[in-house]
Design a protein around this ligand. Structure first.
Ligand SMILES: NC(=O)C1=CN([C@@H]2O[C@H](COP(=O)(O)OP(=O)(O)OC[C@H]3O[C@@H](n4cnc5c(N)ncnc54)[C@H](OP(=O)(O)O)[C@@H]3O)[C@@H](O)[C@H]2O)C=CC1
Ligand SMILES: CC(C)(CO)C(=O)C(=O)O
Length: 309
């Protein structure tokens, strides 16, 4: 299949480069890095070995070929661009893979391309763009892929999900197809909601947040609130997940600056709507009031004001 990558940063650059170096037909839409990547390709510094790959780079979507699959790895704060970008790079009945954090982030693409298959991708990776076309992959790398359906039920392992999974596996990407995307999105939010927001508000890394008794307790309370909301929305997450995620972060993850902290430090918009507001609104529709998540989102909104940063 022919692949388009929209958003060639930490995620799109890394996974796209993995596909390209294994001779998949991949076409990258670039933004500020176009001149550099067009000349020098992508450079990946990875825990699994560094590599450079020459790529098909484009500055404009209209110059790209129509692809079978579009990997969307923009920040969700740029998803309003998809209405113009997607129809130019993908066949109307193609496959869109949304590799972003948050809840229901697939809906934008589903509205733009009603005939397309929409797949959500959850990335468990530490990756950062550290220079033009230069990505540092520092931890993990696993991706879970699930087929999106609006009613939040389990779509199962569909043929389109099978095709993308096969290509990713063939390129050495650690990929896991899942039957229920929505369940998994809630499960990942149990981690992202406390850690992404608190790392910004308390100006701390994951290890710093976990070392201190009060912040560890706060993280756990927020995790339990997300778990309760997931259950109210019909996604049966167990309360024991909170402690096991905390222990896993303490023992198996490096000290880490979540992607929201990296965005804040670079003065970039924060993914508050995708990671907080959609979840808070969805929970409210099922009668769950997410007081802690709301407070964290309000603090993040305050810090995002132009006159504060
Ligand atoms: N980084 C990580 O470790 C993880 C990230 N995620 C999620 O993955 C998603 C992507 O994040 P991440 O890869 O870190 O973000 P990055 O900011 O690294 O990448 C986004 C890319 O989009 C590009 N872009 C911006 N505007 C345009 C445009 N108009 N046209 C084309 N490209 C554009 C940017 O280019 P430029 O730099 O030139 O502006 C940038 O390279 C987010 O939802 C994030 O939460 C999930 C798990 C881990
Ligand atoms: C969970 C983590 C750290 C990636 O694995 C993440 O989602 C982020 O940095 O936003």
């Amino acid at each position: 299949m022919k692949y388009a990558v929209i958003g060639t940063g930490a995620i799109g650059g890394y996974y796209g480069a993995m596909l390209a170096r294994n001779e998949m037909d991949v076409h990258f839409l670039l933004h500020s890095d176009y001149p550099h990547v067009n000349e020098q390709g992508l450079r990946i510094d990875s825990i699994n070995g560094n590599f450079n790959v020459a790529v098909n780079a484009y500055a404009k979507p209209e110059d790209m070929p129509l692809c079978d699959v579009a990997i969307v790895a923009l920040k969700t704060t740029n998803n309003h661009l998809l209405e113009v970008l997607l129809p130019q790079v993908i066949k109307y009945n193609g496959i869109v893979v949304i590799m972003q954090n948050g809840l229901a982030v697939e809906q934008v693409a589903a509205d733009i391309l009603p005939q397309a298959s929409i797949i959500g991708g959850l990335c468990f990776i530490g990756s950062t763009k550290i220079g033009p076309g230069h990505i540092k992959h520092s931890d993990f790398g696993m991706v879970s892929l699930g087929h999106y359906i609006k009613d939040e039920s389990a779509a199962g392992i569909t043929p389109e999900l099978g095709l993308v999974t096969e290509d990713f596996l063939a390129c050495g990407i650690d990929v896991k197809p899942v039957e229920n995307l929505c369940f998994l999105r809630w499960q990942k939010l149990v981690w992202n909601v406390p850690f992404n927001g608190l790392s910004v508000v308390l100006n701390s890394s994951t290890a710093e947040l976990l070392r201190q008794h009060d912040s560890r307790e706060l993280i756990k309370s927020i995790m339990l609130e997300v778990i309760a909301a997931a259950n109210a929305c019909g996604q049966p997450l167990s309360a024991s997940l909170a402690e096991s995620m905390l222990v896993n972060t303490e023992t198996n993850m490096q000290d880490y600056a979540p992607s929201m902290k990296v965005d804040y430090e670079h003065n970039r918009p924060l993914e508050i709507n995708a990671i907080y507001q959609s979840m808070i609104d969805r929970a409210a529709r099922s009668g769950a009031d997410m007081k802690l998540a709301k407070m964290l989102a309000q603090q993040l909104q305050f810090l995002s004001r132009d006159d504060v940063q």
